[in-house]
Write a protein that binds this ligand. Structure first.
Ligand code: AMP
Length: 281
C-alpha cells in the first residue's frame, strides 16, 4: 500500500497504475473512498465495496477544515493515523492520499455553493458546511479522477448534494451510495461516537429505536402520514435535544407523505451531534 502525502506523489502513482493496468477505458479501473479518517466499520464497508468493484482503490484521509464552522471540533477531531493505515492495509487498499491542508487549499480560493438543498437541515445548522464538502470533494475528484466514488447513506444530504454536483458539472464519475452500518447496539457508526460517555451512549440508543420504529410503522402498518410518524418519533426521543426530524425527497424538498423519501434525524447528546436516517421506498 502506497501512502501519498503530496499531489505529486498521488498523480505519479495514479498515472503509473493506469499505465500498468493497460486498460485506460475501463469503467471499473479506479475506485475512490473519501474519508476524514478515524475509520470504523461504516468506512470499511465503502472500502470493501470499492475493492470489490475496481482494479485500484484509493482512500483519502483528510480532515477538511472548510466544512467545519469556527465553533466545531476541527482541532479535536480524532486522528488515529497509524490505526487507520493498518485498517486500509488489511483491507487491501492500493493507495492512501493523506494530504497536508496546504496541498489542497491555496490562499486565494474560489468558492463553490451547493444547490438550494444545501441550506436546509445540516446546511442550516452548520453554516457553509456543504460549500466546504463540495469544494474538497470536487478537488479530490479532479486530482484522482475515479470511475466510481463511494459515499455513505448515513450522510444522506451530503450524498444527494454530491450527486447533484456531479450532474451539474457533467463529471464522469459514478456515485455509489452505501447503506448505514450499525454497531451491535444498533447505533450507527460515526467517528464522533467516541465522544459519548457510557450514559450518553445509552441515551443515544433512542435514535436507532426511532429509526426501527418508523420502519415498522411505514412498512408493516402502512402509516404514511408524516405528522403521526413525527409525533411518535418525538415521543421516543422525549427529553432529547432534537436539531431536526424531517422527511425529504431525493431532490432535497420536504414531503408530506412517507413514500419514496428519506426520514432524516439529527439529535444532540451532550456535546455530540448524531445523525441517522431511514431510506423509505
Ligand atoms: P467521514 O469520515 O465521516 O467523512 O465519512 C466518510 C464516508 O463514510 C462518508 O461517505 C460517510 O457517509 C460514510 N459513513 C460514515 N459513517 C457510516 C456508517 N455508519 N455507515 C456507512 N457509511 C458511513
Amino acid at each position: 500500500m502506497v501512502v501519498a502525502k503530496s499531489i505529486k506523489e498521488l498523480k505519479q502513482y495514479v498515472n503509473e497504475s493506469i499505465l500498468e493496468s493497460g486498460n485506460k477505458d475501463s469503467k471499473n479501473l479506479l475506485g475512490f473512498v473519501p474519508t476524514m479518517g478515524a475509520l470504523h466499520r461504516g468506512h470499511e464497508s465503502l472500502i470493501k465495496q470499492s475493492i470489490n468493484d475496481n482494479k485500484i482503490s484509493v482512500v483519502s484521509i483528510f480532515v477538511n477544515p472548510t466544512q467545519f464552522s469556527p465553533n466545531e471540533d476541527l482541532a479535536k477531531y480524532p486522528r488515529p493515523v497509524e490505526k487507520d493505515l493498518q485498517i486500509c492495509k488489511k483491507l487491501g487498499v492500493d493507495l492512501i492520499f493523506m494530504p497536508y491542508s496546504s496541498e489542497i487549499y491555496s490562499r486565494d480560493e474560489i468558492g463553490l455553493n451547493p444547490s438550494s438543498g444545501g441550506y436546509i437541515l445540516e446546511g442550516f445548522i452548520r453554516e457553509n458546511h456543504f460549500s466546504g464538502v463540495l469544494r474538497v470533494v470536487l478537488k479530490l475528484f479532479n486530482l484522482i479522477r475515479p470511475n466510481n466514488a463511494y459515499f455513505g447513506q448515513k450522510d444522506a444530504q451530503q450524498l444527494l448534494l454530491i450527486q447533484k454536483m456531479v450532474d451539474c458539472f457533467f463529471l464522469n464519475i459514478n456515485i455509489i451510495g452505501m447503506p448505514i452500518i450499525r454497531d451491535d447496539d444498533n447505533l450507527a457508526f460515526s467517528s464522533r461516537n467516541i465522544y459519548l460517555s457510557e450514559l450518553e451512549r445509552k441515551e443515544a440508543l433512542k435514535i436507532p429505536k426511532v429509526i426501527f420504529h418508523l420502519q415498522q410503522r411505514i412498512e408493516k402498518d402502512n402509516i404514511v402520514d408524516i405528522n403521526i410518524l413525527k409525533s411518535e418519533a418525538k415521543e421516543i426521543l422525549h427529553g432529547m435535544n432534537i436539531d431536526y426530524l424531517e422527511f425529504i425527497d431525493s431532490d432535497l424538498k420536504f414531503v408530506n407523505v412517507a413514500r419514496n423519501c428519506i426520514f432524516v434525524l439529527a439529535v444532540r447528546v451532550g456535546g455530540t451531534r448524531l445523525l441517522d436516517n431511514l431510506w423509505i421506498k
